[in-house]
Design a protein around this ligand. Structure first.
Ligand code: F6R
Length: 221
């Protein structure tokens, strides 16, 4: 496990991602939204050609949103990155389709994931894999934990109150060639410590990453 603490974590992570893309332009990656990766995506958006051969899978999406909801994970990732870099393939998640989890799994099975770029919830969730989610889980419709529903309110400003979503499962995140977790701010300090140094348990989904051979935690000071 690689712990990188820096004031410049977003620049450093963006530079590392550009290096990876340089080595392997057709890289297949799964990308989180939330607020933490946005500064990194802002840096990457300034390299519009880097993603020309890459394939990007959206990590998760909230259920029951209107199609034009600006705070959906899809709209957020498009605005921050996809619209600027236009990857060869971009796969969003359409939660209204009952067959969507199987279709997302098929996308993953078509070439695997070289890199998963994740944030972490204060309860240790990865994507929408809340405490107790199975370590070998695949893409699924899931209920959100109370802290996740509360946290989501800052994106929706009262327009929507999602209670569920569809997320890539822990099994596929743990099978990715490389996993990055981005975490910044005092509110994440305790869960980062528990995830990196505490017991490995599905009660703290991010602790399962201790079993992964190639994980980098990009942290602010
Ligand atoms: C978002 C996602 C979530 C967030 C996590 C942290 O796609 O999968 O797991 O990464 O809730 O959110 P922020 O970065 O807003 O603190």
């Amino acid at each position: 496990m690689n712990l990188r603490r820096s004031k410049m974590w977003a620049d450093d992570a963006a530079a590392a991602l550009l290096d990876r893309l340089h080595e392997r332009p057709e890289m297949r990656m799964c990308l989180a939204t939330g607020s933490t990766p946005l500064p990194m995506y802002g840096r990457l958006a300034q390299s519009p050609d880097a993603f020309a051969a890459a394939a990007v899978l959206l990590l998760d999406e909230f259920g029951d949103l209107p199609a034009d909801e600006p705070a959906s994970c899809d709209a957020t990732l498009r605005r921050a990155l996809i619209d600027h870099v236009r990857p060869a393939d971009y796969r969003a998640i359409v939660t209204a389709h009952p067959g969507e989890p199987a279709a997302v799994d098929a996308w993953i099975d078509a070439g695997g994931l070289d890199l998963a770029v994740l944030g972490i919830g204060v309860n240790g969730h990865l994507g929408m894999n809340e405490p107790g989610a199975p370590a070998d889980g695949r893409t699924a419709r899931v209920d959100l934990a109370p802290t996740t529903m509360e946290g989501a309110q800052r994106y929706f400003e009262g327009r929507a109150r999602p209670t569920w979503g569809v997320t890539v499962g822990l099994g596929d995140l743990l099978a990715a060639g490389e996993v990055w977790v981005l975490a910044a701010g005092e509110s994440k300090a305790d869960i980062v410590r528990r995830s990196t140094d505490g017991p490995v348990t599905t009660a703290v989904p991010a602790s399962l990453l201790q079993r992964h051979p190639n994980v980098t935690w990009w942290l602010d000071r």
